[in-house]
Every structure is written in structure tokens, then in C-alpha cells.
Ligand binder design. Structure first.
Ligand SMILES: Nc1ncnc2c1ncn2[C@@H]1O[C@H](COP(=O)(O)OP(=O)(O)OP(=O)(O)O)[C@@H](O)[C@H]1O
Ligand SMILES: [Mg+2]
Length: 260
């Protein structure tokens, strides 16, 4: 069952910086897998490779028996991989509903450019996209603000919007990049419940997250990176009591935020 997502001996170098060094792991279908580690550990870099933002320097990434590490980013949604972004990527002047619909237009024949230019599409296709977008807005419970312009939303609502857009492509694997960053305690709690509801739809989830309560609460398995290398892998209990993990976190400088 381990050929759902498989990362094999992946190394990523940026000039002289080794962001990931010989990292291997698998993600099992139907599970929530966490990727944690101190600042600069290489989490975002790994995430970007799994979602084909850029390729590894060495190593391979396989998804459902297909090698994906050399594919262009736009192929990911078709394969069944979608993601949210740490630095939100919404169209601020569009409404909530339009933002989710645009995400779906990219999957259809005429694409994003056509959506932006508002070229005519078949009525049936348009209706399908509308229905699908509404379904996901209802799922994340923001259908009541569907006509609000995204630029006017709170961070919490923006994160839900991004989630709805990622879900609308019906992914098999959903990557969540710090989905709880900046959320308050209550919003974080609601988010963890929502992530479980997503798992119940039989969608596998891969999360990069700094909120340890959230990670320890929801993850079936946690992978720990430190300075580009995988130092531990296991259940929340296992990684929490792992000597190398404790050492890595104690030695980490929390003040230093690396933004890609
Ligand atoms: N595009 C890039 N160009 C050059 N160096 C990069 C690039 N992206 C990441 N790095 C470097 O690779 C290393 C790993 O960075 P990465 O952003 O993956 O860490 P991270 O675990 O996501 O950290 P954080 O928790 O702070 O987000 C860092 O030393 C970083 O400076
Ligand atoms: Mg990061």
C-alpha cells in the first residue's frame, strides 16, 4: 500500500545550500501525515517538490505508480494533487465564489486565461463549475459569504476559501501549507475538525504546520526534518519522545523565520 506517494532519496540544492538531503518517506492513502521541523529544516522545499513547484536535484517522487518529479505544476490537479499556500494566493478583487470557480476553470479545456477574459463556455460546463464551487463553499461553511469580495475577508475566512478551492478539484492528496498560521485558538480548533472531515471524504492529507497541538492532534504519522535531513518518523507519541527531535527543537532559533 506504500505506493500512494513515495519520496525516494530526494536531495534539493539551492546553489551551495542543501535544503533537503537524501530524504525518503511514504504517505499512506487515507491518512493525515505531518511534516515538521525547526525553521529552515527544509519543509517548504519538500512541499514544493511534492506539488511540482520545482524538481529535486536528485532522487524521485512517485504518486500512484507514476513518476511525478519532472512534471509541470499544472499537471498536478489532473493527477489528483492539490494544495493551499502559506502566503495566500487569492484574487482579492473577485468574490469568494468567483475565486473557487476560477480554480475549476483551470481544469477545463479553455483554462485560466479564458476565465480571466470571460470567454464564453458551454452552459453545461459553467453550471457544473458553479455547482461544484457552491458544494465546497458549503462544505467549509462559508457559502453565506459567497458574494463578498475576497479582499474584505479575515485571515480565517481566506484560509477556508483556499481550502474550498483546493477541494473543488477533488484531490486524492491535499497539501496544507501552514493552514493554521495566524489563526486564533478557536479557529485552529475548528480547522482541525474540518481537516478530519476532509479525511472522512477519503482524501489523504499532508500538512506542514508549526502549531504543535494541531499536528499532534490530527496526524496519523509525523515526519521530522532538521537541517534538510529526516531525523525521525512515527506517531505523535513516538516523535515527541525522540531524543534527536527534542534536541533539534531545543537547539533551534525560533526568532529566525525563513520565508521562501
Ligand atoms: N528558493 C530558494 N533559494 C535559495 N535557498 C532556499 C530557497 N528556498 C529555501 N532555501 C533554503 O533552504 C533551506 C530550507 O528552507 P525551507 O524554506 O524549505 O525551510 P522550512 O523548514 O520551510 O523553514 P520555515 O519553518 O522557516 O518555513 C533554508 O536554508 C533556506 O534558506
Ligand atoms: Mg517553510
Amino acid at each position: 500500500m506504500s505506493n500512494f506517494l513515495e519520496v525516494k532519496n530526494v536531495t534539493k540544492q539551492f546553489g551551495g545550500v542543501v535544503a533537503n538531503r537524501n530524504v525518503s518517506f511514504t504517505i499512506e492513502p487515507g491518512k493525515i501525515t505531518g511534516l515538521i521541523g525547526p525553521n529552515g529544516a527544509g519543509k517548504s522545499t519538500m512541499f514544493n517538490m511534492v506539488s511540482a513547484v520545482f524538481p529535486p536535484t536528485e532522487g524521485e517522487i512517485w504518486f500512484e505508480g507514476k513518476r511525478i518529479d519532472k512534471l509541470p505544476t499544472y499537471k498536478m490537479a489532473t493527477l489528483g494533487i492539490s494544495r493551499t499556500f502559506q502566503n495566500l494566493q487569492v484574487f482579492k478583487k473577485m468574490t469568494v465564489l468567483e475565486n473557487v470557480m476560477v480554480g475549476l476553470h483551470t481544469r477545463t479545456t479553455t483554462g485560466l486565461l479564458a476565465a480571466a477574459l470571460k470567454l464564453p463556455k458551454s452552459k453545461q460546463e459553467e453550471a457544473f463549475i458553479y455547482e461544484k464551487a457552491m458544494e465546497e463553499l458549503r462544505f467549509v461553511e462559508i457559502e453565506d459569504i459567497r458574494d463578498v469580495v475576497a479582499g474584505n475577508l479575515s485571515l480565517g475566512k481566506l484560509r477556508l476559501l483556499e481550502l474550498a478551492r483546493a477541494l473543488a478539484t477533488e484531490p486524492k492528496l491535499l497539501l496544507l501549507d501552514e493552514i493554521a498560521a495566524g489563526l486564533n485558538h478557536q479557529e485552529t480548533f475548528e480547522m482541525s475538525k474540518l481537516i478530519r472531515r476532509i479525511q472522512n471524504r477519503n482524501i489523504s492529507i499532508f500538512v506542514v504546520e508549526h502549531d504543535m497541538d494541531l499536528v499532534m492532534n490530527i496526524c496519523d504519522k509525523i515526519i521530522v526534518l532538521d537541517q534538510g535531513e529526516k531525523i525521525a518518523e512515527g506517531t505523535a507519541k513516538e516523535v515527541q519522545s525522540n531524543e534527536r527531535v527534542i534536541e533539534a527543537y531545543l537547539g533551534a532559533d525560533d526568532e529566525e523565520e525563513v520565508i521562501v
